[in-house]
Design a protein around this ligand. Sequence first.
Ligand SMILES: [Zn+2]
Length: 239
Amino acid sequence: MKKTLMRFALLSFIILSAGCSSSEYFHIKPVRPVDELITEALKSSPPAETGEFRENELTEIVKLDSTVRLDIRYATENNFLSTPLYSQPRAFLQKPAAEALIRVQKKLKSRGFGIMIHDAYRPWYVTKVFWEATPADLHNFVADPSRGSKHNRGCAVDLTLINLKTGKPVPMPSLYDEMSGRAYADYTGGTETERANRDLLRSAMEEEGFAVYEFEWWHYDYKDWQLYKIQNVKFEEIK
Ligand SMILES: [Zn+2]
């Protein structure tokens, strides 16, 4: 594991250093052209799932609380593939997960913080594009489309904290989507402030039924994710 971690750290360093100075985001060189992968993924179907599932209730988070900030990176070029994957900057979760997230927002407010969402529900075909575009040795950081992602079920959210006084995101131990050891939820490096911010987000989320992903401090799964099916509906089709 340590060896792997060092490789991630080294790779991250190389990529971040190679980027232009204005680059505030992590990016990789896709294994194949992304537009080609999108065309292919749109023609594919999610894995068949059997069993009992709850009805799909994807709920737009800002409709429950308009104070929640959005920075939907996959609707911009500012993401790890450097190209937009979503046609609209929107964030949805299954209703109970969305309501739990709003409770997190309200609790953080009294401490001077708010949440800023980078991604929530993600159509399955986008997960397939991420997997195919990412080199195999970085597959820890992307979900396997043959099993689907908890994002595909509308039960995972990627987020950070903002300081309500400045309106700006707070320092965290790594960039969003950074494929390096700094992104690990238990990473012990960085500054004390960065780790305190990360840990504050974690405790607020855990109190409401979300669990952090060990390789990504920004990624949280809602406890009932098994109850929902993998979805492939596009944002523009959701009312
Ligand atoms: Zn995520």
